[in-house]
Design a protein around this ligand. Structure first.
Ligand code: FE
Length: 283
């Protein structure tokens, strides 16, 4: 006997807030604010989008990270990445970088263009306590390494997770993330299965979408819809179409101690991270 999949409902819709970070990059933060501190294990989501170089050109000069992962996903523009261990790479539109900061590194993320549209995202994903001090690791993905699945009215880029048997290239992350970039034509509907216990949310960055069963809840551009538990989510574009990110991963259910670019489980570990950075041991 078959049984209907349980549908994820929208638990809440939270608009993003304009802020700035790095050396004055203007961006919109949706996760990681007092209104929405996290969706375990996701800690932060920023969207930066501007064709005014004054909004982005100062970039993110040298800064440390420890204890979590940063995921950069570019829609347009170019971002140069360099770290203190000598790793470097160029992120271009359609490309992604999944960086496991682990025990730590110092890096810079700098726009490589002086004009034109710069549009992308940075997502922070927590690491389990047992993995916070692992060696740093990069998964750098050129645009053509991210598979695109064409469905009725939908085009889905699979950065991580699986859609219709197509697996994303990000591997070896213990929270088993799903990260999809979903473009929907007007009124198109997309249904995605997700592990029922995974923390999950949708971020709309073009148009607007209705998320959830029975017509759903309207989610405007620039807002996050936090999803409740369930086995699948239904997303339907409104009359102008929509483009959105769908994120899901296994929640860690561990204490979170955050201080700027460090995310640990206790204040003691934070103090240690600050000291290691100040004494040049974070590299
Ligand atoms: Fe960074």
């Amino acid at each position: 006997m078959s049984r209907a999949m349980s549908q994820r409902e929208v638990a809440k819709v939270v608009p993003s807030m304009p802020t700035s970070d790095g050396a004055g990059v203007r961006l919109n933060r949706s996760l990681g604010t007092s209104a929405l501190p996290m969706v375990d294990p996701f800690l932060m989501l920023d969207e930066f989008r501007s064709d005014d170089p004054n909004d982005y050109i100062a970039g993110f000069p040298d800064h440390p990270h420890r204890g979590f992962e940063t995921v950069t996903y570019m829609i347009a523009g170019e971002m140069q990445h360099k770290d203190s261990a000598g790793n470097s790479g160029l992120l271009v539109g359609g490309g992604a970088q999944w960086m496991t900061a682990g025990r730590g590194l110092v890096h810079s993320e700098m726009p490589r263009q002086a004009d034109g549209l710069m549009w992308g995202f940075q997502l922070w994903v927590n690491l389990p306590r047992a993995e916070k001090m692992k060696e740093p690791r990069y998964q750098d993905l050129a645009p053509e390494q991210i598979p695109e699945v064409e469905l009725q009215g939908a085009k889905v880029r699979v950065v991580a997770g699986e859609v219709e048997g197509v697996r994303g290239p990000v591997q070896g992350i213990s929270v088993a993330p799903t990260m999809l970039d979903i473009a929907l034509r007007p009124r198109a509907r997309f249904v995605q299965g997700l592990p029922a216990e995974h923390g999950a949310f949708v971020y709309v960055f073009v148009g607007a979408a209705n998320v959830g069963p029975n017509g759903g809840v309207r989610v405007p551009r620039g807002a996050v819809a936090v999803l409740g538990p369930g086995e699948e989510v239904t997303i339907e574009a409104d009359a102008e179409g929509a483009r959105l990110l769908l994120l899901a991963a296994r929640p860690l259910k561990e204490p979170v101690a955050r201080y700027g670019p460090f995310v640990m489980t206790t204040q003691e570990e934070i103090k240690r991270a600050v000291m290691d950075y100040q004494t040049g041991r974070l590299r």
